[in-house]
Design a protein around this ligand. Sequence first.
Ligand code: PLP
Length: 343
Amino acid sequence: MKTIDIRSDTVTKPSPEMRQVIASAEVGDDVLGDDPTVQELERYVADLFEKEASLFVPSGTMGNQVALRSHSHRGWELLCDRECHIVNYEAAAPVIHSGLLVNLISTDRGMITADTVRSLIRPKNIHCPETKMVALENTHNHRGGTILPQDEIVKVRDVCDEFDLVFHLDGARIWNVHAATGTPLPELTRPFHSVSVCLSKGLGAPIGSMILGSAEFIVKCRRNRKIFGGGMRQVGLIAAAGLYAVKNNIGRLVEDHEKARVLAEKLNELEAFDVDLSRVETNIVLLEITTGEPAEALLERMKTVGVLGVQFGPRTIRFVTHMDVTLAECEEAVERISAILQH
Ligand SMILES: *Cc1c(COP(=O)(O)O)cnc(C)c1O
């Protein structure tokens, strides 16, 4: 029985074509600034998003945290959604690396509105922390791969300009927003001072993320990447995979969204589950268990029939579709799950 691994879109393995470009990549020492493949990737991705510059980093976590560090001073207050990756899945990095005070905002689908930002900016006096940064996540992982409203993002930027705040996007899955809505990547990211994007999620590269921003900002990020231990030598081998991924794998993301929709609709038909279909906008499916069985126990049972997901709450399971799982396998997963529910 083939295992159907829909724990995350990070589980994809390099395709034979991608392994070819890895094998033939031209490399140099990127810490000394002469790896041509990394330089090509950094130029290509910056141009793709119409930003001045970009920087290759080993992980999305490093992308976010180097960006935050490069903007901020100790004690600055950062506003972000309560369920955001930057806080919930990055091991307290904003306080450890940057000394940031994080203010977690409750939202429904991950959007912090312009009015909310405005209402949370503290008065300027010696008693109060300085509210200086806002970070959003698009798509929003923990909220179910939801897409943030672009018109509201633009309004948040206006408030940031008015109060001199830095605006960062965790765009690990910004590609999925582009695929789902057709909005060009530069338009999606224009309101932000800095953006991090992942090559190793839906795009299928084995490793790597990019930070995007002004040329001056990226110079600071390059220094902080070194401080964080993220300077890499003949890393063109990996950059070549990233370049292949951005050139070839953006268009196909719509297929992942179709698979997620089918998976969500079929699972929702089962008595044991509730799926909020309005949240299934991209490649993520959140499954609410209605039988009282803990997510952990059900995941164990799913494993026995070769279906892998991850726990996202006491009674919540997350599935993510990706290029290494077919539509037929998603349908098969529902059948296998349905079968274990009978017992
Ligand atoms: C995956 C992900 C990241 C980066 O995670 P790494 O494991 O460090 O690459 C950042 N933000 C979001 C929303 C993610 O889903």
